[in-house]
Design a protein around this ligand. Structure first.
Ligand code: HEM
Ligand code: HEM
Length: 134
């Protein structure tokens, strides 16, 4: 398995552990930690679930098609975009949800969300082109 794919899978399970820890904290101290609900949700769904699908998809889909992945470069770029995006979202979102006075977090959230979206678009193009070759 390619090194970068192993890293997709590693990051996925790290986000899973982080996501459910946030879930437990929200469960135990709901009054203090409500601002972390979007972090919990997106660490689990955009981090664990999506990152696992990226990794497994990049490994399995070219093999199903009997081809190589369309663009290994796009696959590597997406790794950095998706991780920077999700980490940026997770850091900034609680501050934005809490209406923090620190105005830096609003643009950081928008930029991070845009990076996540860009990662998803690279994944979409790469998979579409890969399965089309089949
Ligand atoms: C130990 C595991 C988990 C715990 C303790 C936990 C706990 C929680 C808590 C306390 C909430 C907030 C509920 C509320 O007051 O609105 C929540 C919401 C949520 N959790 Fe988890 N969670 C866990 C795992 C997961 C996993 C694995 C996923 C997804 C793969 C997930 C997806 C969600 C979603 C989507 C919401 C938002 C639901 C809504 O919109 O009301 N959770 N979770
Ligand atoms: C570029 C990536 C994404 C962005 C920018 C984004 C953004 C958002 C925003 C702004 C909200 C509303 C939060 C609020 O104010 O309550 C939200 C909620 C939600 N998103 Fe995402 N999202 C992304 C990806 C995903 C993905 C891939 C999934 C699932 C696989 C997902 C599942 C959810 C769920 C379940 C909620 C409702 C959570 C709640 O009830 O608090 N999101 N998302």
């Amino acid at each position: 398995m390619e090194r970068i794919i192993v890293w997709y899978l590693r990051m996925s399970v790290i986000y899973f552990a982080a996501g459910v820890i946030f879930g437990m904290v929200i469960l135990l101290w709901p009054a203090e930690s409500g601002y972390y609900i979007p972090v919990h949700v997106h660490l689990n769904l955009l981090g664990f679930m999506s990152m696992m699908i990226y990794g497994v998809g990049y490994h399995i889909l070219p093999r199903f098609s009997g081809r190589n992945i369309y663009s290994p470069l796009m696959m590597r770029m997406q790794f950095w975009l998706s991780n920077a995006g999700l980490i940026g979202m997770s850091v900034s979102w609680p501050f934005v949800a809490a209406g923090s006075d620190i105005k830096l977090f609003q643009p950081l959230l928008v930029i991070s969300a845009t990076l996540s979206l860009a990662g998803i678009i690279l994944f979409t193009i790469n998979i579409l082109k890969t399965v089309k070759q089949a």
